[in-house]
Design a protein around this ligand. Structure first.
Ligand code: C2O
Ligand code: CU
Length: 553
């Protein structure tokens, strides 16, 4: 493969993602950051300079497994030290598998501040995709607040917690409309006015140009901080063919759910009346929507881009129609011939997801431990056997048998922790994610869980509390391989993966405020096999001191 070189500078810039000017985290003066396009087998080389004045920064390559390069995973306090203002760090890693990916900040709440972009990996030269298309588009979905990520961070960590609320705007490739709507003309009672956009504005929608009767691949990834979304193309059916960089058994839908951390490819054919244009819409799911739909236009050649579609934008299924979401999710199966999971597991870890109060602070906890990250990156402290760098007590593999997941916990307290799940190298791990009632009665939220360093097989979903006999219903025949999977309210999700990638890997809810409130765990495997970690990755905390002593010796 080739080496693809990029030189990036991260800095705050004035930008108008939705018509209201604010400050975003940009790369090379751009928001969203530049799209990386490579071929499977290529090496991506990003020389990242931190131009922020008072904050560190890191970038995570979401969905890239970092086989042999765990120090390039871009997770502050886990795989590396945050890059200080003025410093440069080189990310160098192989993109080994074709697919739709993205990258984003992984320090504090810098993803909410707009630090993200697309990463597209095409098949290696001479290889073929298992489906055909005439052209492709790439859309990265996100949500946007008018309060800064710093203010949000303070709100979430206050006592009592101040909830950040729903996003003001949904963005498609960093573009949305707040002060106006592309579709106001269709709603007589609308209080916002029809947008008067010329096309050059930062918040002008990116129009998708198609030719009649051609078939296109739409690559979709969601890096939302909070929102679960439903995407539709007015009047057009979509055939889902890829999820998180893995091929699926193709299935056809009118609209689809997409959770933060997920990516998909869908095929559609421009086979509708060519004298019209059509909507592409994204709408909020799983939370009561207080954010207008995100919209852009599918423009048939040679229509004008300003020609509005005939009918109003697609209406999404009701936000709390979870059966709808489940039936979509259950259609996601691996393409015939995909790698199959091992039929048994070596270790099963049950992870109970709860919302808690610690000294009056609202937190999320896993088996009653709310994650706080240490000052020294785990990858260094484990590799060099430094004690005192994090909690040496292993977090629990189980939660109490009589825990009632349908009710608020009788004891809402929990504790902070930085312990690690040490996984034996090359063993098969089952994770059962168990949802539960949150602090308030009759409330249980959706959480999309994302695993670094691996894909996992999604063996099944179920309602209520997982029990041993539920495993009879596991799908071992064609479960999809993914890196993100959702747990539905009051339900469980079963995952299986092989701990075969030496390194330290985060596994967490991809809702950024939830992660910030402790909703994650740390897995480590085969760290002794990790080759020489670049010293620039470890210049902080106890590893920083250790490196300094080595120089003086
Ligand atoms: Cu895209 Cu740890 O996340
Ligand atoms: Cu969550």
């Amino acid at each position: 493969g080739k080496v693809r070189h990029f030189k990036w500078e991260v800095g705050y810039i004035h930008w108008s993602p939705d018509g209201l000017e604010g400050v975003v985290l940009g790369i090379n003066g751009q928001f969203p950051g530049p799209t990386i396009r490579a071929r499977a087998g290529d090496t991506v080389h990003v020389e990242l300079t931190n131009h922020l004045h008072t904050e560190g920064v890191v970038i995570h390559w979401h969905g890239i497994r970092q086989i042999g390069t765990p120090w390039a995973d871009g997770t502050a306090a886990i795989s590396q030290c945050a890059i200080n203002p003025g410093e440069t760090f080189v990310y160098r890693f192989e993109v080994d598998k074709a697919g739709t990916y993205f990258y984003h900040g992984h320090y504090g709440m810098q993803r909410s501040a707009g630090l993200y972009g697309s990463l597209i990996v095409d098949v290696a030269e001479g290889e073929k995709e298992p489906f055909l298309y005439d052209g492709d588009f790439n859309i990265l979905l996100s949500d946007w607040w008018h309060s800064s990520s710093h203010e949000q961070e303070v709100d979430l960590s206050s006592k009592p917690m101040r909830w950040i609320g729903e996003p003001q705007t949904l963005l498609i490739n960093g573009r949305g409309q707040y002060n106006c709507s592309l579709a106001a003309a269709y709603f007589s009672n609308s209080s916002v006015s029809q947008c008067n956009i010329r096309g050059g504005e930062q918040y002008a929608p990116q129009i998708l140009h198609v030719h009649p009767n051609k078939t296109y691949r739409l690559r979709i990834a969601s890096t939302t901080a909070l929102a679960s979304l439903n995407l539709a193309i007015g009047n057009h059916k979509m055939v889902v063919v890829e999820a998180d960089g893995n091929y699926l058994q193709p299935f056809s839908v009118e609209n689809m759910d997409i959770y933060s951390g997920e990516s998909y490819s869908v095929l559609f054919t421009a086979d509708q009346n060519p004298s019209n244009n059509y909507w592409i819409s994204i709408s909020v799911r799983g939370r009561e929507p207080r954010t207008p739909q995100g919209l852009t236009i599918l423009k048939y050649h040679p229509n004008s881009a300003s020609k509005l579609p005939k009918s109003p934008p697609p209406v999404a299924p009701r936000w709390d129609d979870y059966n709808y979401s489940k039936s979509f999710t259950n259609k996601i199966l691996a393409l015939t011939g995909s790698p199959k999971p091992p039929t048994t597991y070596n270790r099963r870890i049950m992870l109970l997801n709860t919302q808690n109060l610690i000294d009056g602070y609202t937190k999320w906890a896993i088996n009653n431990v709310s994650l706080i990250l240490p000052a020294t990156p785990y990858l260094g402290s484990i590799k060099f056997g430094l004690s005192n760098a994090f909690d040496l007590k292993t977090p629990p593999d189980h939660f109490s048998h009589d825990y009632d997941v349908m009710r608020p916990a009788p004891n809402q307290n929990s504790s902070y922790g930085s312990g690690v799940y040490m996984l034996s190298f090359n063993t098969t791990i089952d994770v059962i994610l168990q949802n539960a009632n949150a602090l308030r009665e009759n409330v249980s939220e959706i959480h999309p869980w994302h695993l670094h360093g691996h894909d996992f097989w999604v063996l099944g979903y179920g309602e209520g509390k997982f029990s041993k006999k539920d495993e009879e219903k596991f799908n071992l025949k064609n479960p999809p391989l993914r890196n993100t999977a959702v747990i539905f309210p009051f339900g469980w999700t079963a995952l299986r993966f092989v701990a075969d990638n030496p390194g330290v890997w985060a596994f967490h809810c991809h809702i950024e405020p939830h992660l910030h409130m402790g909703m994650g765990v740390i897995f480590a495997e085969g760290v002794g096999r990790v080759k020489k970690i670049p010293t620039e990755a470890l210049g902080c905390g106890l590893t920083g001191k250790m490196l300094m002593n080595n120089v003086h010796k």
